[in-house]
Design a binder for this molecule. Structure first.
Ligand SMILES: Cc1cc2nc3c(=O)[nH]c(=O)nc-3n(C[C@H](O)[C@H](O)[C@H](O)COP(=O)(O)OP(=O)(O)OC[C@H]3O[C@@H](n4cnc5c(N)ncnc54)[C@H](O)[C@@H]3O)c2cc1C
Length: 587
């Protein structure tokens, strides 16, 4: 597997055999995937009405069941009660837990937001004390970062931790919108020591934490969301998590993990919804025929599959990168530092997974309602619940705006530090664009045009990154609209390349579904070309004008000369396959 560094895909090509894809899952991965799927199908979904009625006793029992099945501790070594599998395993579990978004949130707060920070930053004594109980589900965990006045601006928290003469701390303040807040036993809480030292603490409910009332939410009714109130809550010195004043390290690193897993849940949720749409479209008849036979519906089904395919491809590729990085670092099984370093390395990819996953899911669920017509708008069918449940994915774990700012922000920071040779690559591209036009090349290799298109996407990205850095210098952070365009281009580059590499791999090994893989990748690339061109043109027009702008636009046209393909035929094939399999054709 590839050991490409974070963001390097923007500058160099990859080969199909170097990326991890869902088709490479091992028997162990498939087993844990099936365990998670059956747990959701047989135990969570039948309990959903009770969970939506806020039966937190039942939620607690289901968390314990998840623990019994080994699903809570996929990422954590056996020494602490986990199962110690790789990130691909953790990805497949997240995908399957998406079968119930409400319980998925409960599960995520426990497995990702409480167990992971403890594993990454806890002392040996803290891990021994809390991790086995969290991973068995005996303790329920929650993560208290947000406050009324500080959501995106998490470091602006006002909760205070006053040092006491005996070394302990007294916490005062209030956290907002905390998942599992109504019944959790152990909280990872962020507070400021001495007024400005942002610090993470492990706080037991028994120390005096109070929960506010349940929020009345748009969706996720089967997940508890409350405020947490800290009034003179005394926390012993040994419950500082990580170092005093280094709470941002805990918060941001946990988010790298959590964003990736949220992307995985979104990809999994989209697959579940595609199955619902496929079955409904096959059975619902209008004008004497199933609605699945109408081109307008085929377009929707095809596009739902294509967007899901791209997200799935980039998720597995990222998990493969993280696992390869961890494996390449000699370490003891209980050592969390390689995983920490790997997620820091692939933080850009984690943000892409979160944004691309949540937006693809939103699209899929919106079309799922549309395919269900009036039945999509009423509660007799699950489509409306999925739609409400999913909206928050674009808000939590860093809003999609914050993640979009982070994507180019992190890439540029690495470029400036010399860790990613983006600046010399942008310069070399400028020289190339000023030189004579190269002769168009062509080969008949499978997806040859799409590989060339991806190369063109990368050049377009480099061109816009280069001009933005030249135009604004350090003031680029103030130009959020341009940064959003840069993020959109980067997301499309990573998604398109991941899809094309996966489809090429399917073709290379003679996969029975290779033709479908190729349809999905080609259609995605075709449409990404248009999106990238729109973003690039808008960004250019914001940065330069007059003759300069005309020259740049001409250069962009030269780079992005991509001939459209017949996406109608490809979407129809994908839609027909989806209907005949009653679900996502790549599952
Ligand atoms: C159901 C649910 C569960 C949650 N669970 C948890 C949990 O378990 N633990 C926890 O700590 N928190 C949790 N949250 C809180 C969540 O993380 C925050 O809501 C989220 O971070 C956004 O913060 P905010 O709501 O204050 O929005 P704001 O930060 O006020 O943002 C409002 C809008 O402004 C934009 N914006 C903000 N800053 C910028 C900027 N610098 N540049 C450009 N745009 C900007 C945002 O993108 C957004 O569109 C949960 C929230 C919900 C709804």
């Amino acid at each position: 597997m590839s050991t490409l560094r974070g963001g390097e895909w923007l500058l160099q090509p990859s080969t199909a055999d170097s990326v991890f894809t869902p088709e490479r899952l091992t028997d162990e991965h498939r087993l844990i995937s099936r365990t998670a799927q059956e747990f959701v199908q047989n135990e969570i979904l039948p309990a959903l009405d009770k969970l939506e009625a806020k039966d937190w006793g039942l939620a607690r029992r289901l968390v314990q069941r998840g623990g019994d099945l080994g699903l809570l501790g996929v990422d954590v070594p056996e020494a602490y009660g986990g199962v110690g599998l790789d990130k691909v395993a953790s990805l497949v579990v997240s995908e399957k837990m998406a079968g119930s978004a409400s319980f998925g949130a409960t599960f995520g707060a426990q497995a990702n937001l409480t167990a992971i920070p403890l594993f990454l930053f806890g002392t040996e004594a803290q891990k021994q004390k809390y991790l086995p109980k969290l991973l068995s589900g005996e303790l329920v965990g929650a993560y208290g970062l947000s406050e009324t006045g500080s959501g995106s601006d998490a470091l602006g928290a006002r909760t205070r931790a006053a040092r006491q003469p005996d070394g302990s701390f007294v916490l005062n303040g209030e956290k907002m919108w905390i998942t599992n807040g109504g019944f959790a036993d152990l909280f990872v809480v962020f507070a400021k020591v001495d007024g400005d030292q942002f610090t993470a603490f492990l706080v037991e409910r028994g120390f005096g934490v109070k929960s506010g009332k349940e929020e009345h939410k748009m969706g996720l009714h089967g997940s508890s969301t409350t405020a947490l109130i800290f009034q003179d809550v005394r926390v012993p010195a040994e419950n500082v998590l990580g170092e005093i004043g280094k709470g941002h390290k805990v918060a941001f690193n946990v988010l790298n993990f959590a964003r990736f897993k949220l992307g995985a849940m979104c990809g999994g949720g989209a697959q579940y919804a595609i199955a619902e749409s496929a079955k409904y479209a096959a059975s619902r008849r209008q004008f004497g025929q199933p609605i699945a036979s109408f081109g307008a519906i085929k377009h929707k089904l095809g596009e739902m599959v294509i967007r899901t395919y791209a997200v799935e491809s980039l998720l597995y590729r990222t998990a493969g990168l993280v696992d390869a990085r961890v494996d390449a670092t000699p370490h003891d099984a209980t050592d969390a530092s390689p995983a920490l370093a790997a997620f820091e390395e692939y933080a850009v990819e984690a943000s892409i997974a979160k944004v691309a996953g949540s937006e693809a899911l939103n699209y899929v669920l919106d079309e799922n309602i549309q395919i269900h017509g009036g039945n999509g708008y009423v509660r007799d069918y699950p489509a409306e619940r999925h739609f409400r449940d999913a909206r928050v994915n674009r808000i939590f774990e860093g809003t999609n705006e914050i993640n979009r700012l982070l994507i180019p922000g992190m890439l540029i920071r690495r470029a400036v530090k010399g860790e990613l040779p983006l600046i010399p690559a942008a310069k070399a591209l400028q020289d190339e664009l000023l030189g004579p036009s190269p002769m168009p090349t062509s080969d008949d290799a499978v997806l040859g045009d799409e590989f060339r298109a991806v190369e063109a996407f990368k050049k377009s990205a480099l061109m816009i990154f280069g001009i933005a850095m030249q135009t604004y210098g350090t003031k680029l952070t103030d130009e959020q609209e341009v940064l959003m365009h840069l993020a959109d281009i980067a997301i499309d580059v990573f998604s398109a390349e991941s899809a094309v590499l996966r489809a090429r791999a399917a073709s290379d090994r003679g996969d029975g579904k290779a033709a479908l893989h190729i349809d999905a990748a080609r259609t995605f690339v075709n449409d990404a070309a248009m999106r990238i061109e729109t973003s690039a043109r808008q960004a250019l027009a914001a940065m330069v004008d007059g003759d300069n702008l005309r020259t740049m636009l001409a250069a962009l046209r030269r780079v992005l000369k991509i001939t459209p393909v017949n996406t109608v035929a490809m979407r129809r094939r994908l839609a027909d396959e989806t209907v005949s399999r009653s679900g996502y054709p790549f599952a």
